[in-house]
Design a protein around this ligand. Structure first.
Ligand code: C5P
Length: 239
């Protein structure tokens, strides 16, 4: 089973996707983490985003190992663990320049397909999972959140990383990234017609997961027994 989770920047989709995978005991893959890992290497090597020749070479010579142990994901690039570097502000602001390149998207798509082939059940998270990568996904979810709430959460993440930035700056950066992701020519962020919409400004993680489990039951993707075997019970039992 493939669950595709797409959504806007800072909407909390990673937290939700990871928690969903953990509770269902599914695999997990974040495409954003892949684009971020490549961005970390590009920034380290100080490669100009317009230098496609060097970027091609970088893609061909980079070895990425992405794992999820059921709780945490880890990103190893050329033998170095870069997991802690993925969410720095510098990466946030550069990643759209990398994700726009067709040959880089092709590289990530290959890893996404391999991962899906190796996992019977997987939660895949990104911007184009339901629309382009797995249009036949069993369940498509679109995650969004009101901008001030997103920005306040993102500020806390930056504070933990020791980065100082104002709320206005975070709002501007999140809006800018969403604009770029929604308006690019290739694989823009869109909400698919049959997606389940989850608004994380209205509900906490448990409530969002509850809506997802309900939808899975309604769509007959899982049974009550399947959920109970994994220790999942609905907050309000189904009628
Ligand atoms: O989801 P996350 O914020 O980690 O994604 C970082 C960036 O990677 C996005 O802003 C987007 O530019 C790119 N991305 C993408 N397609 C995906 C997932 C992420 O273009 N499927």
């Amino acid at each position: 089973m493939i669950i595709a989770i797409d959504g806007t920047s800072g909407s909390g989709k990673s937290t939700l996707a990871k928690e969903l995978a953990k509770r269902l005991q599914f695999g997990f893959f974040s495409a954003g983490d892949l684009y971020r890992a490549i961005t970390v290497k590009v920034l380290n090597l100080k490669i100009n985003e317009n230098n496609d020749k060097e970027l091609h070479h970088l893609i061909e010579s980079t070895k990425i190992v992405y794992t999820f142990d059921g709780k945490q994901n880890s990103m190893i690039v050329d033998g170095i663990n870069v997991t802690d570097k993925l969410h720095h502000e510098e990466v946030d602001n550069f990643v759209t320049k990398i994700a726009i390149k067709p040959f880089i998207r092709e590289f990530v798509r290959g890893l996404q397909r391999d991962t899906a082939n190796h996992n019977e059940n997987i939660v895949m998270e990104g911007r184009d999972i339901g629309s382009v990568i797995f249009p036949n996904a069993d369940l498509k979810i679109f995650v969004d959140c009101e901008i001030e709430t997103k920005a306040k959460r993102r500020m806390k993440d930056y504070e933990k990383l020791g980065e100082k930035i104002t709320l206005e700056q975070v709002i501007a950066e999140l809006k800018d990234r969403d604009y770029k992701d929604m308006h690019r020519e290739i694989s823009p962020l869109i909400m698919c017609e049959n997606s389940l919409l989850i608004d994380t400004s209205l509900s906490n993680v448990d409530e969002c997961l509850d809506s997802i489990f309900r939808s899975m039951l309604e769509r007959k993707l899982v049974t009550n027994e399947f959920l109970l075997e994994r220790g999942i019970s609905l907050i309000k039992p189904n009628d």
